[in-house]
Design a protein around this ligand. Structure first.
Ligand code: DAV
Length: 380
C-alpha cells in the first residue's frame, strides 16, 4: 500500500521563491562569495572566451588570498546595502574548487568558484532551474547552491527545484576552430556575426546568465555559452513563455547577455553600443513600445587584473526596483545616465570582485521579487 506523501507545510505559507522579471521590487536574493575562486585551467570553451591579449592567458591556479579577501569585502558590503533596503540576502556554500574534477568523458584540473550565482541559477516564477552550464570547470558549481535549494524546498511548498540535463561536454560539444589563441579579433567578429560560435549543436547547453526575464517573455542570447539546442530546451521547458533568441554582432567573445542588454523597467532597455541588437531583432521590442537606448561608455579602458570579463561590466547592474539601481561606484558615466533617467543610483564599490566572475548582476540571483506574471509584449 502506498500513501501519497502529505506536504509537511500548509499551503497557506508565504512563498519564499518567486520572480518573473528583472526590475520588480526585490525582496530576497543570493549574493555570491569569492572564497576559493580559481583562475581556471585551459579547456575548449573557456579558451575561446579569454581574450587573446588577456593577462590570464597561459596561467591557472588559485587566486591569491589577498584578492579573495578584497573581493569578499566588497561582496559583503553589497549584501549589507541590499539588506539596508529591506532585501534578505543568502550566500552559497563553496565546494573545494581547487580539486580536480572528472566525468566518464573528461577530466579537468580544477573548478571555478561561486561568485556569480546569476550564471548558474535561473529563477522563473516559483522555479529555480540549475543551468546545464557550458564550461567543464563549472560543471559542479550547482552544488554550492544545494544547501539553499534544500532550505527553500522545505520552507516553500510551491517552490520547484529543477536541473537541466547535464551535458556530456565531450570534445564533440566544442568547435576545434576556436582552439587557437591566434585567431585575431577580426576573424572572431566575422565568426560571431555569422553565429559560428565555439559551442556546437551536439547537445543542449546554456548558462543562466544568457537569459533575461521579461514576465511572459524570456530573451536568450545565442553565443559561446548558449547554443540553439539550449534555447530550444528552454522553449520546451517553459511552454507558457515565449522564448526569443537574440544575438549581438560586434562582440568577439559573446558570453552572457548581462553586459550587453539590460532592461531597466517596463519599456526601457540599455544596449551596449558596440554590440547593438540587429534591426530585424529590434522590431519585436519597438512594435511593443519598448525603447532601446545606447548604454553610457564604461569609465575604464581595461578590466581589472586577471579578469575575464570586458569593461562593459559597467552595465551589469542590479535593479532593486524599477526606480532604484545598483551601479559599480567608479562607473560615473553609467551613473549619470541613470540619474538622467530619473533613477535613484546606489553606488557599490565592486571592481575588486570583478575577476571572480563579474559585476553586480552576475554576483546575484533572484529568490523573490514582488509582482506577478505580466505580458509586456502583447503585440507578439
Ligand atoms: O562583456 O565580458 C561579461 C558577462 C559576465 N556575466 C563581457 C560579458
Amino acid at each position: 500500500m502506498f500513501e501519497t506523501p502529505k506536504p509537511v507545510l500548509g499551503n497557506d505559507k508565504p512563498a519564499v521563491v518567486k520572480s518573473w522579471d528583472e526590475w520588480s521590487p526585490l525582496k530576497h536574493v543570493i549574493v555570491g562569495v569569492a572564497d576559493g575562486g580559481m583562475i581556471p585551467p585551459g579547456e575548449p570553451a573557456l579558451d575561446a572566451k579569454v581574450p587573446e591579449d588577456s593577462d590570464m592567458k597561459g596561467q591557472w591556479g588559485p587566486r591569491s588570498q589577498e584578492s579573495a579577501d578584497k573581493a569578499n569585502e566588497q561582496l559583503d558590503n553589497f549584501a549589507k546595502v541590499l539588506e539596508s533596503r529591506g532585501v534578505r540576502v543568502d550566500r552559497p556554500t563553496p565546494i573545494d574548487f581547487s580539486a580536480p574534477v572528472s566525468t566518464p568523458d573528461w577530466e579537468n584540473p580544477s573548478s571555478f568558484g561561486c561568485m556569480p550565482p546569476r550564471d548558474v541559477i535561473l529563477t522563473v516564477g516559483k522555479e529555480m532551474l540549475e543551468a546545464t552550464m557550458s564550461y567543464r570547470c563549472r560543471f559542479f558549481e550547482y552544488l554550492c547552491y544545494r544547501p539553499l535549494m534544500q532550505k527553500y524546498f522545505e520552507d516553500d511548498p510551491h517552490f520547484r527545484h529543477t536541473a537541466a540535463p547535464k551535458p556530456r561536454m565531450s570534445d564533440a560539444s566544442y568547435r576545434p576552430d576556436y582552439l587557437s589563441d591566434q585567431i585575431g579579433v577580426e576573424k572572431r567578429l566575422k565568426w560571431t556575426a555569422e553565429k559560428f560560435f565555439v559551442t556546437t549543436e551536439e547537445e543542449p547547453m546554456f548558462d543562466a546568465a544568457d537569459v533575461l526575464r521579461f514576465g511572459k517573455d524570456l530573451i536568450v542570447q545565442h553565443g559561446f555559452t548558449t547554443n540553439l539546442k539550449g534555447i530550444d530546451w528552454l522553449r520546451r521547458h517553459y511552454p507558457d513563455h515565449r522564448v526569443t533568441a537574440v544575438n549581438f554582432p560586434g562582440d568577439p567573445y559573446p558570453i552572457h547577455i548581462d553586459a550587453t542588454f539590460t532592461p531597466i523597467r517596463p519599456g526601457l532597455i540599455i544596449n551596449n553600443p558596440e554590440r547593438r541588437l540587429p534591426d530585424e531583432q529590434r522590431e519585436f521590442f519597438h512594435r511593443n513600445d519598448w525603447e532601446i537606448v545606447d548604454a553610457a561608455r564604461p569609465a575604464h579602458n581595461t578590466p581589472p587584473p586577471l579578469c575575464y570579463s570586458s569593461v562593459w561590466l559597467s552595465m551589469n547592474v542590479l535593479m532593486v526596483d524599477e526606480k532604484t539601481v545598483c551601479v559599480e561606484a567608479s562607473e560615473v558615466n553609467q551613473m549619470e545616465q541613470f540619474d538622467k533617467m530619473g533613477l535613484e543610483v546606489l553606488p557599490i564599490p565592486f571592481r575588486d570582485a570583478y575577476a571572480f566572475g563579474g559585476a553586480l548582476h552576475c554576483a546575484t540571483t533572484d529568490v523573490f521579487r514582488e509582482g506577478d506574471l505580466v505580458d509586456y509584449f502583447p503585440k507578439g
